[in-house]
Design a protein around this ligand. Structure first.
Ligand SMILES: [Zn+2]
Length: 77
């Protein structure tokens, strides 16, 4: 039995149009709440779907947004 190494927690921001990944960031232990809010707040402003995932060694990366340029303009005024 092999135990996969736990790498940590990641925050993912996914495209609201296609569900593909747009941005991701490791959650650092020493990170202040203000620092995280600054980063995640921007994701909220862009209308992205945010989730937190546990990452293990060997995990595949989430599929990226296929039309990043056009999808990110959705809803912009
Ligand atoms: Zn997309």
């Amino acid at each position: 039995m092999t135990e996969r190494k736990h790498l940590g927690q990641m925050m993912l921001a996914n495209c609201p149009v296609c569900g593909g990944n747009v941005a991701m960031s490791w959650i650092n232990d020493g990170e202040t709440e203000a620092e995280r809010k600054e980063m995640v707040g921007d994701w909220y402003l862009r209308g992205l779907a945010i989730s937190t995932v546990e990452r293990y060694e060997g995990d595949s990366m989430p599929p990226p947004c296929t039309e990043r340029e056009s999808h990110r303009k959705q809803g912009g005024s």
